[in-house]
Design a protein around this ligand. Structure first.
Ligand SMILES: [Zn+2]
Length: 316
């Protein structure tokens, strides 16, 4: 969710994408892309992918899509996994709307699948911000019929820094991975060397909610790269390995080099936000993306990229 309306970075793109493509539909159950069979993946349009991990003790839901309607489809698929020996647990990786607006399926008086919703204390706090309600109202207006029944439903089981879920056969280690947002967490499952990066890495690049959070976001990327993960799963990228993390690190490194040269040459960035600072410091989106020649929305190639350059510039 975009809590900080004064920040440089807007998370407006997914909404725009949904409206442009008029693509509101059901989440898709993804065929196994090379991950452990106990992992189930559900992709809702191009907006977000959420996961479930089936362990001996728990069925763990990792984020709840964008609405009770979409989340219900995911739970219908998972019904065979809900046995009497296996308890349901829900995790919110962070409080962005595209990860938590299906929460009411699990908490509240009309919850279809009552279960603890686990999140960091930082994440929980964001649900009480007035911006949560105003963003919901805005998005409901922009997407008639799709989000009408969404009710902001906070997590119910909180931890401070880290939490371990011992599922019996699999262990889920939840740890802070901040920068994209101040409350962001990621999950590592050592038995199957699988990392759920959520939004800490994504294509074409992750965005810090505020420019001053960029150094922390890059630090998180560097930490994620040290994991001995054979499978890495993302909420906004289809890759199944560490390539996104490496590409994101390289992208910011490239920008940093260009900024360093520009500063040495005495170049200064103009004040106005829309200015093409990429051309100014010879740092085009295509060059900065290196191998990744994906067909990205114009926003990412222009304003989003300019914002990243400014954030890196400011951090040096
Ligand atoms: Zn997201």
């Amino acid at each position: 969710m975009q809590w900080d309306n004064g920040g440089e970075f807007k998370k407006s793109l997914p909404i725009v994408t949904l409206m442009e493509r008029n693509q509101m539909t059901q989440p898709l159950y993804l065929p196994n892309g090379g991950w452990d069979q106990r992992i189930h993946a559900f992709k809702y349009t191009e907006l977000v992918t959420c996961y479930a991990v089936v362990t001996q003790r728990y069925l763990v839901i990792l984020d709840t899509l964008i609405s009770p309607k979409t989340m219900r489809v995911m739970m219908d698929h998972l019904k065979p996994q809900m046995t009497s020996e296996r308890r349901l647990l829900v995790v919110n990786t962070h409080s962005d709307w595209d990860h938590v607006w299906g929460n009411q399926l699990f908490a509240g008086e009309d919850a279809l699948y009552p279960a603890p919703i686990i999140a960091s204390r930082r994440c929980r706090a964001d649900f009480d911000l007035p911006e949560a309600q105003s963003q919901l109202a805005d998005l409901q207006k922009q997407n008639p019929g799709e989000l009408d029944d969404v009710r902001i439903t906070p997590p119910t089981l909180l931890f401070d820094e880290r939490l371990t879920i011992e599922g019996g056969d699999l262990t889920l280690e939840i740890f802070p991975a901040r920068g994209h947002t101040h409350d962001h967490t990621a999950i590592y499952v050592p038995e199957i060397k699988t990392l759920f990066a959520a939004d800490s890495a994504e294509r074409p690049y992750p965005q810090p909610r505020k420019p001053e959070m960029l150094p922390q976001m890059r630090q998180t990327l560097a930490e994620l790269a040290t994991y001995d993960a054979e499978v890495v799963l993302y909420c906004h990228a289809d890759d199944v390995d560490g390539a996104v993390i490496r590409d994101n690190i390289a992208y910011f490194h490239f920008i940093e080099e260009k900024c360093r040269r520009a500063k040495a040459a005495g170049i200064e960035l103009p004040d106005e936000k829309e200015a093409d600072v990429a051309s100014l410091i010879d740092c085009s989106f295509v060059d900065a993306m290196g191998q990744d020649s994906g067909d990205y929305h114009n926003y990412y190639q222009t304003q989003g990229h300019y914002d990243q350059i400014r954030a890196v510039w400011q951090s040096m």
